[in-house]
Design a protein around this ligand. Structure first.
Ligand code: GTP
Length: 372
């Protein structure tokens, strides 16, 4: 566990102690396979701590004390690490879905574990700098039933968009289209009045995005958007995962779970780096990692116990626990599973994923998902 330090400049909300948090962490994280074969996505080490620890640190800094985790896939990995939450200054409760209920079904499923009139709900894989206390204040001022965090993106055509009126009231939930009327998209963080959670059908799969939100609008509920342009990243893909970790290390993305921005590199205890190796671009090295002479590791996440041998180059990649990258190998934009072995001078480029325990012993082999 990293020390919980409140270096993140979040102002506790007036009366945030009557807001509880629910974090949805039950997804299978298929886009991050093979890393998510053994651990749930929010438990993957990101800047030296499980991603969820960074999110929890921001929840706590906002003045929220009680958190319910809506789990399903790999549920036991959460309670094993976070326990009752007291080490993190929180009270953490767990609800397990036997089979995944979707985002809306998961929210409805935790109803009897929350008692606050207002509940803040987070997708457990979003890294964001949104002003949580500002969002709570806005929700109260508007006397909203639901408030969504909306983030502005450069290319909204890749997402469904959410136009609002000048007061912030949501006008529509629009599907993906080539020319969306707004650059505001659903950022995966919501405030719900408890009464709205009660209205979600129980015991079946419900998508909050596709079913609950459009239904609320159709019923004339007070649905508002809290628009902001702070840091925002969905860590769902390997490229976003390495980006998010590097941004946390460099202090570009907010967290209160690191004592201070680590600078360009974060190295956990027990990591051994040869003096002639170079580490750059927000690289995070886990415990007992070894990096050999003249190796170069840039913008990457290296899990505990991995070995990067002399002269290897690792760029924007994730190296699984205890994996070995052979001497002179080149690994770029790749995901290497736990305990995999990449032979000396292999080249793995452009989105290649190596499954856990696989051995690629042959020197000089080149694997690339594109023509590069
Ligand atoms: P992919 O399989 O790669 O799309 O990832 P995912 O399974 O995490 O799905 P997605 O990124 O769409 O999920 C957004 C957030 O909701 C994540 O934090 C998930 O953990 C969570 N989530 C998705 N589906 C469920 C579910 O059925 N139950 C619970 N409790 N959480 C869910």
């Amino acid at each position: 566990m990293s020390d919980a330090v409140t270096s993140d400049p979040i102002r506790p909300a007036d009366g945030a102690d009557d807001v509880e948090a629910v974090i949805l962490v039950g997804g299978k994280g298929t886009r991050l396979r093979p890393l998510t074969l053994s651990a749930a996505k929010p438990m993957l080490p990101t800047a030296g701590a499980p991603f969820l620890e960074h999110l929890l640190s921001r929840v706590r800094a906002a003045g929220i004390r009680r958190v319910v985790l809506g789990t399903s896939y790999r549920a036991e990995t959460f309670s094993g690490y976070f326990g009752d939450g007291s080490r993190f200054g929180l009270e953490i409760d767990y609800v397990i879905e036997d089979s995944p209920l979707g985002t809306g079904g998961a929210i409805r499923n935790v109803l009897d574990r929350v008692s606050a009139p207002t509940v803040m709900i987070f997708n457990g894989d979003i890294l964001s700098g949104v002003d949580l206390t500002g969002m709570i204040d806005f929700h109260r001022r508007q006397q909203a039933d639901v408030t969504l965090h909306l983030t502005k993106v450069d290319d909204p055509s890749a997402f469904g968009s959410v136009p609002t009126d000048p007061d912030g009231r949501v006008q529509a939930f629009l599907e993906k289209t080539e020319n969306p009327p707004t650059d505001q998209i659903n950022a995966g963080c919501y405030l719900f009045q408890r009464t709205v959670i009660e209205s979600i059908p129980a015991g079946r799969v419900v998508s909050v995005e596709r079913e609950t939100f459009p239904g609320l609008l159709a019923g004339d509920a007070r649905v508002y958007g809290y628009v902001d342009s702070s840091y925002w990243l969905d860590l769902g893909t390997p490229a976003a995962f390495v980006q998010g970790s590097a941004d946390l290390v460099r202090g570009i993305a907010p967290t209160s779970a690191l004592p201070a921005p680590a600078g360009d590199v974060l190295t956990l205890p027990g990591a051994v780096v040869a003096p002639t190796a170079t580490l750059t671009g927000g690289t995070a090295l886990g415990r007992d990692v070894s990096v050999g002479d003249d190796a170069a590791v840039a913008g990457s996440v290296v899990f505990d116990g991995a070995v990067i041998e002399a002269g290897a180059t690792v760029t924007r990649s994730v190296i699984g626990a205890r994996a070995r990258i052979g001497a002179g190998a080149v690994v770029a934009d790749a995901v290497i599973g736990d305990d995999a072995v990449v032979g000396p001078r292999c080249e793995l480029l452009g989105g290649i994923r190596v499954w856990p325990g696989v051995e690629l012993p042959e020197a000089g082999v080149r694997f690339s998902s594109d023509a590069s």
